[in-house]
Design a protein around this ligand. Sequence first.
Ligand code: CA
Ligand code: CA
Length: 74
Amino acid sequence: MMVHFHWILKISFDVCDVDGDGKVTARELHLVMKTIIGKPHTKEVCAEQIRIADTDSDGCLNYEEFKALLFSDF
Ligand SMILES: [Ca+2]
Ligand SMILES: [Ca+2]
């Protein structure tokens, strides 16, 4: 069960990481929200979400930060 859960998280991360560099930027998050999830978040909202979840302040989300974002009230 837990393995399956982590697998889904990993797939979600890979989907959001459009260019496959291991990090999700606000631009990538916005693209995925709009095209796959269908959430009408603006780029500003996505940038804000990244800022909140970006614990190491490099301007994008690694896998750990991405997980924290998914578990937050997005
Ligand atoms: Ca990326
Ligand atoms: Ca980061």
